[in-house]
Design a protein around this ligand. Structure first.
Ligand SMILES: [Zn+2]
Length: 298
């Protein structure tokens, strides 16, 4: 298989040897796209695996998209791709991608690819398209991000998470990061054996009750993990995810409980003049973040 030829080629059925499901070359494992195919996919400069976000669909079809790190994204019948995780089944957190960019849809006649009025365009192979029928195997481009489409990807296996994390770490140092937060505002959170914590900034410090401590730890961890995510999206933790980690005293904590907890935590942060660092947003079903992060110390 000549990988300069951008059209994946269908060849004779395998005669025993494992074949790449994209290029059909007798290389690699039968249940993963080969390294050469994955490496041939273009991606925006600095893009890394953690900038792709998709929930496992409740009713996946046989189809999937493959990213350049071998990630397999199972497709529901209607899959919107774009930058806004709240409105997309597959979110590509990159400024080159429009909030709602392209649509993959399974109709009676098969899969269709449509552009949703994106700024940077949707491409099928080398052709910019507004709407086009998808072949069984195709190279799709959303802005500067290429993915392989496979109409039947049931046998495909995703690479293990460790390989993606490794790719993340290799790529992340080159990613464009947010402006560094001024050293004067650096927050340090220390966890005490009592379950309480202590938050300090410069020479000032305040005690932090257990639930606030867990909230701040969760937000700080996400901010840290999201080092390669676009500044506007970095560090947000969905409300449902926050609700799940807080050690509530009530058995059934609600969004109202969380709002109250956030309000109390802001009061704690206000003592250090950083209450505006705890931000909320309505999109995504609601999410919170701690802008600028917090250094966690044991
Ligand atoms: Zn291949």
């Amino acid at each position: 298989m000549d990988h300069n030829d951008r059209t994946p080629r269908r060849q004779a059925p395998p005669s025993g040897a494992p074949r790449c499901p994209v290029c059909q070359s007798p290389a690699g494992t039968p249940d993963q796209a080969c390294d050469a195919c994955c490496a041939s996919l273009a991606s925006p400069w600095g893009m890394c695996p953690s900038q792709l976000r998709g929930a496992a669909p409740t009713e996946p079809t046989a189809a999937a998209l493959i990213d350049r790190w071998g990630g397999v994204w199972r497709l529901p019948r209607r899959t919107v791709i774009g930058r806004d995780p709240a409105r997309c089944q597959l979110a590509l957190l990159h400024g080159d991608v429009s909030p709602v960019h392209a649509l993959l849809e399974l109709g009676a006649a098969g899969w269709w690819l449509s552009d949703l009025g994106s700024r940077t365009g949707t491409w099928l192979e080398r052709r910019r398209v507004t709407a086009a029928a998808l072949p069984r195997v195709a190279r799709v481009r959303v802005g500067a991000m290429e993915l392989f489409f496979l109409a039947d990807a049931r046998a495909l296996r995703a690479p293990d998470a460790a390989a993606r994390r490794e790719a993340d770490e290799i790529t992340a140092p080159f990613a464009v990061d947010e402006q560094p937060v001024a050293a004067t505002s650096a927050l340090v959170l220390v966890e005490a054996s009592s379950g309480w914590g202590r938050l300090s900034r410069g020479d000032r410090g305040v005690p932090v009750p257990p639930c606030q401590l867990t909230l701040l730890q969760a937000l700080a961890q996400r901010w840290h993990d999201d080092h390669a995510v676009a500044p506007a999206d970095r560090g947000f933790v969905a409300i449902d995810a926050v609700l799940a980690v807080i050690p509530w005293e009530a058995t059934a904590a609600t969004r109202t409980n969380l709002k109250q907890l956030v309000r109390r935590t802001r009061l704690t942060l206000a003592a250090l003049d950083v209450d505006d660092h705890l931000e909320g947003r309505r999109s995504d079903g609601g999410a919170y973040r701690m802008r600028g992060g917090v250094r966690l110390e044991p």
